[in-house]
Each structure stands twice: as structure tokens, then as C-alpha cells.
Design a protein around this ligand. Sequence first.
Ligand code: ADP
Length: 543
Amino acid sequence: MLGLMQDRPLLISSLIEHAVRYHPDVEIVSRTCEGPLINTNWRELAKRVARLAHALRRLGIKPGDRVASLAWNTHRHVELYFAVSGIGAVLNTVNPRLFPEQIDYIVNHAENRILFFDITFAGLVAGLRPKLATVEHVVALTDTGHLPREVEGAVAYEDLLAREPDAIDWPVFDERQASALCYTSGTTGNPKGVLYSHRSTLLHSFMVCTADGFRLSSADSVLLVVPLFHVNAWGIPYAAAMCGAKLVLPGPKLDGRSLFELAVEEVCTFSLGVPTVWLGFFKHIDDTPGLDVSKLKLERVVIGGSAAPRAIIERFRRDHGVFVLHAWGMSETSPVATIGNLLPAHRDLPEDDQIDIQAKQGRPVYGIDIKITGEDGSELPRDGSVSGDLKVRGPWVASGYFRGEGGNVLDAEGWFATGDVARIDAEGYVQLTDRSKDVIKSGGEWISSIDLENAAVGHPAVQEAAVIGLPHPKWQERPLLIVVRKPGAEASREELLDFLSERVAKWWLPDDVAFVDELPHTATGKLLKTKLREQFRSYTLPA
Ligand code: ADP
């Protein structure tokens, strides 16, 4: 129709063009695998992105081709984000913490043509190289001086860039083209690829910058702890280019001390990470007497990937004045789907009640719709007490997996079944109670393993807790609590059960407590319950 708005496609290249035009001097600070801290900005980054785009084309990369990265959070990895997608190719960020067989599977399944890797992964890449049939070039994200010799034929990234011009006219194409590819960790079966588009990525970025989203803005200095190989670092590199936030990239150093120091030095106001990194962060504070925590300027911290323990939310708030935004999502939702901002109605609530709301997984941001359904597929009430299968739909939710793996995953109305079990309350807050495969069924009722785990980690002696269901002659299944105690801390079975009995319904109380030195985790830090169930297969609960 004449006079309608311009039909400009939502392309990732427009983000870097915007960044260089409107916030060129905003800093990007990056630790590198070679050691030194790099201080750059969006202007300089954009030049290197242009050089890389030319280099990719010179190596024969065409629109739609896949290019892999095996790398930490550094400026070079961010450059790959913009250059690969910018020319219409697809960046497949591979999680280096996966087993080598899984990495081999992913790189071959995606048919990646180039593999960019950080020098810390040289040994891994040398071992995998003969198996990577489609990979034509291996590029070490470093300079000639640090080029690892063990990877045959590897070239240095900085050499590739040096020969190329630092400006480019980005191609214009359909915004529905693929931009990035991320594989789910695949706790059961082979990993499956989730393919993001330019459109889904830009819509997700707008959401990240909204006031009821992550409120990301030009006022922020972002400590990006969540890895660039984990679901696009929750969309932050794109959103930071959009709003002109400063990016602070910790490289390979994710220990509590390094993160604390970087946050202080770079005056970070915002950060994001899974619960485990924050445990390390607080451990550093606890183990360092005399540490001046007043220098910490963090205002908001996003926690997701696993349930944010109430104790972390509380500690951030009481000791550091930091508001924790508890978020839920998955690879298939780009990943952010619900965010735990408070509403005006909560403003005058006592602090404890506010923290209770923050401990839920948040409410849907615009663009995302959610519902819960029962076993027959019918929708269940949003009353905060009934739990059911959580379903989601929206323009940044996957419609299927790469190469049609797993078949058609949407129902007739376009809902994606998340595999999570949740409650939704009247205000729209989601509260995850389980993964559907981890649900404990006792006497026909569901017991939430996540609620029990959250309650258990509230005990001062508990470092980490997991709850699994074990077969029971009368009740079908009963919960077993498995606990890792803090170093030097004591807590008996009876003490823990007493503690829980004040916090959960009587029939939810675990039948037994087992103590272990550590719990098994997936490559993204989630509890690996399949392994735990195997480990405790022949465990008998007390009669
Ligand atoms: P994968 O699905 O490959 O394990 P994802 O990072 O996509 O990796 O994980 C998504 C899953 O992580 C969700 O379906 C949910 O079970 C869990 N999860 C994510 N965020 C939270 C959260 N805030 N609280 C509890 N569980 C979460």
C-alpha cells in the first residue's frame, strides 16, 4: 500500500552500523587468552569486523554457510558475532565444555567450513582436527607470536585481518535468514541445533533494552559473564550495540576474584551469569578479609539457566544493593522469555515478600506468550498453585530444530512444549517446579524437586543440593535429598530434615538424605539428574 512505513529488514549488520555512528567511543574491554587486557571501542571494533567479513569472503564463505567458534568471551569472539552474520553466513558457537565426541558431532552436523578457536583449546582442536570432515580452515584467535604449533595448518586470526580493508558495504537480504546456530546440551540423545534469524535476534535485542526487560542502556557497563557460546550470551552483544552499552569481557578468567576485580576496575553496573559463578563471586568476598566491597557499583544482575537460589538474591540485595533479575529461558527461546521485575503493586511489600517474588522465574516480556497444560493438553488455571507443562510461543521461539531433527515440535496453535513444569500466578509470574523428566510422582501427586532443592540450599551448611525420585512400594516414588556440604561445615540427616520440615509440606519431606563430595553437572552447569539417578539406582530408602 502506498505511503506505508519503509520495509527495512532487521539485520544484525545494522546494529554494528548504528554502534559506530552513534556510540563509537563507548568502550569495549576484553581479557585475552594471551594475558593482557585490550581496551577498544565500538569504532575500532567495527573496523575489525569489516576486515573479518572481507577475510571470510576471501576464504570462500557464502551466505548460509556455517562457521564455528570454540572460544571465551573476548573482543575477537564478538567480532565473529557481527562479521559472520553480517555477510549472511551462520555463526555456530560451540560449547568447549562439552565432551570431545559431542563437539565432533556438532561441528560435523552443522557442516562448519571454518573453525575459529581460542589458544586455550589448541589441544582439544588438535585431537579433533582429523575428524572434522567439513572444516577447510582452522583459525587461532591470536597473533603469529602465539600461534599454537600443535594444530596443523592453523593460521593466526590477526594475520587474516591485517590484509583486509577496514570498511564494508553490508549486504542487504531477507531478515528471516539464519544468523546463528546453537546446540542444546543434549542431556538425552544427540545435541539438537537451534537456528536464530536476524529478525528474531533484533526483536530479542529490543526486548533486552526495554525498561521491563533487562533495562540495558547507554548508562550501563556490562560485565558479560555468561559465555558467548551459551545461547548468544543471552543476547547481550547485539543489545549492547543497539543501546551503546560498554562491554566488559572476562576472557578465560571466570573465577570469583577475577570477576570481582574486573567489575570494580571497569565500574560495571550490570552483569549476567548462571548461579554457580555467583557462588564463586561471594566465596572470593568471604575468603578475602578487608576487601573493599563499597567499590562494587553493580546495580542489576541477571541470573538464569538454573534456579537462582533465594540466598544469592537476598545477599546481593542486602549486602550490595544489587537487584537480581531472575530470568527463565532456553536455547529454543533465544533465550530470554520471562524476567523477574517487580510491579508497582509490590513496592510497599516487606523486603522478604519482594524477595519471594524475585525468586520466581519472572513474567513474560512482550513478544512471548506462555501457558501451562495438564496431561490431556487442556490449559490449566493461572492461580499460582496448580502446576503443568509449560508451553511458549513468540517470534523468538524456535519452530523446529536444524535439519528437521526431532520432527515437528510445535502443536497446531504454534505452542512449543518446553519440557519444564511450572506454575503461573495471577500476575503472570512463572515458577518452575521441575523438568518434566525430573518430576517426582508420589501417590499420584507431584512433588517439586526444585522447591526442595531451593529449600535445602537455604541451610547454612549446604553448598549444593539435588532431589531425585526413587521407586517406592506404596507411594510409587519418594524423594531422596542429595547434599554437598560446605567445606568444614557439619549438618546431619536429622538436622536437615528438621530444617526442611519448617519449609515444605509434610508429605514432600525427603525419605532420606545422602551426602556426596560433588554433584554431576552438564556443560552449562545444570544438575545432571540422569547421571544421579544412575548413581543412586540401587539405593534403598528406609522403610
Ligand atoms: P539445554 O536445554 O540445552 O540444557 P538451555 O540453556 O537451553 O540448555 O537450558 C534451558 C533449561 O534450563 C530450561 O528449560 C530450564 O529447565 C532451565 N532453566 C533456565 N532458566 C532457569 C531458571 N531461572 N530457573 C530454573 N531453571 C531454569
